[in-house]
Write a protein that binds this ligand. Structure first.
Ligand SMILES: CC/C=C\CC/C=C/CC(=O)SCCNC(=O)CCNC(=O)[C@H](O)C(C)(C)COP(=O)(O)OP(=O)(O)OC[C@H]1O[C@@H](n2cnc3c(N)ncnc32)[C@H](O)[C@@H]1OP(=O)(O)O
Length: 324
């Protein structure tokens, strides 16, 4: 137990009281293209915006960029909360980049999987309070990113003013629909989020929940109707990267921001210690089985039958997109 506590300190307690970053008031966007980070030391809030068109799918480089951004923000002791968002108004993240899975390079595949495991460790185990602003679709590992946060707000959907078409985002672990299974630690996150029976059903069926249902099962904490607010918070406007500067009146981002502010006011030692109570065991269990998990993943994904399903899925995605 003592060693668990020591390791927990490494995971959750690291750098929480040290200022490793030079003092800054409000930083301009720090972009590594795939992920854009902005921080506001006055409010103690940062924003991590995923920016990998067209769908924020998680390639190895994208996973690494997410981890790098989390670590950079964590190194600033003035920051207590981070909002995870997307530059794409219709897609939060489409999950794993499925092209990483089809006819994979045998040296890259385990590294790719390790990069996803690291996102889990760094995001789920972050000392920061994390709020997911789920504006658009969040299937599979997109749902995982949201579940790894402390709080999830989801858009109720939107009507295109020109075409009058309704856009309703969905969220869930839909892996079985691709002929694959969510890895145990990801599936367990769903169990921890929505409870055993709902998770058992949703995992088997690959259910993608629209916002109202996601709220009803507890997969998200709040849903926000898309009605532009009259006025925005100046501090939120400053935090938005240039790519989404026009989103200052977006009610979803405003709701995420107010939740991030609530978290930022809680004494960090207490908040982090309480996070440890619910998360440390799960994280350590995964770390202990990390290599086994990688081997299982590589073995599973490279099976002939699985490759056939994945190829067909990627083809269908491309055809769907081409028909638009
Ligand atoms: C033991 C463990 C073993 C295995 C575990 C493996 C775990 C896997 C977890 C995963 O995350 S698997 C990935 C699952 N993801 C999906 O099934 C999502 C697929 N995408 C969609 O359903 C839709 O794209 C969307 C609902 C997210 C958005 O729909 P829409 O707005 O209509 O956009 P398009 O479908 O036209 O897509 C736009 C563009 O993006 C490309 N794309 C979409 N998803 C992915 C993806 N996951 N990876 C790579 N690329 C993706 C799509 O092909 C289009 O690209 P174009 O260049 O053709 O425009």
């Amino acid at each position: 137990m003592n060693s668990l506590r020591a390791r927990a300190h490494l995971l959750f307690g690291r750098r929480s009281h040290q200022s490793l970053a030079p003092h800054q008031h409000l930083s301009p966007a720090v972009a590594n293209d795939l992920v854009i980070s902005t921080v506001d030391e006055n409010s103690g809030i940062a924003m991590l915006t995923m920016n990998r068109p067209p769908a924020n799918s998680l390639s190895m480089e994208m996973n690494e960029a997410i981890c790098d951004s989390i670590k950079t923000i964590e190194a600033n002791a003035k920051i207590q909360s981070v909002i995870l968002s997307s530059t794409n108004p219709k897609i939060f993240s489409a999950g794993l980049d499925v092209t990483e899975l089809v006819s994979p390079d045998k040296d890259r595949l385990p590294r790719f999987w390790n990069s996803l495991q690291q996102v889990y460790i760094d995001l789920y185990g972050s000392r920061l309070a994390t709020v997911a602003a789920i504006q658009g679709h969040a299937p599979a590992a997109g749902c995982f990113l949201a579940m790894a946060c402390d709080y999830r707000v989801m858009s109720a959907g939107d009507i295109n003013s020109d075409t009058k078409k309704k856009h309703v985002p969905t969220i869930g672990l839909n892996e079985t629909q691709l002929g694959i299974a969510a890895p145990p630690w990801m599936g367990q996150l769903l169990v921890r989020t929505v409870g055993f029976r709902q998770a058992e059903l949703a995992l088997a069926l690959g259910t993608l929940f629209p916002p109202e249902q996601a709220l009803a099962v507890g997969l998200v904490d709040d849903i926000v109707p898309h009605q532009k607010a009259e006025s925005g918070e100046d501090q939120l406007i400053d935090l938005l990267p240039s790519q989404i500067k026009d989103q200052a009146l977006n009610p979803l981002l405003q709701r995420a921001y107010s939740q991030a502010r609530i978290y930022a006011k809680i004494p960090p030692q207490a908040r982090v210690a309480s996070k440890m109570v619910t998360r440390e065991e799960h994280i350590f269990r995964m770390i202990a089985k990390r290599d086994e998990d990688t081997q299982h993943f590589c073995g599973f994904v490279t099976q002939k039958a699985v490759q056939k399903n994945l190829s067909a899925y990627v083809e269908a995605l491309k055809n769907k997109s081409a028909k638009k």
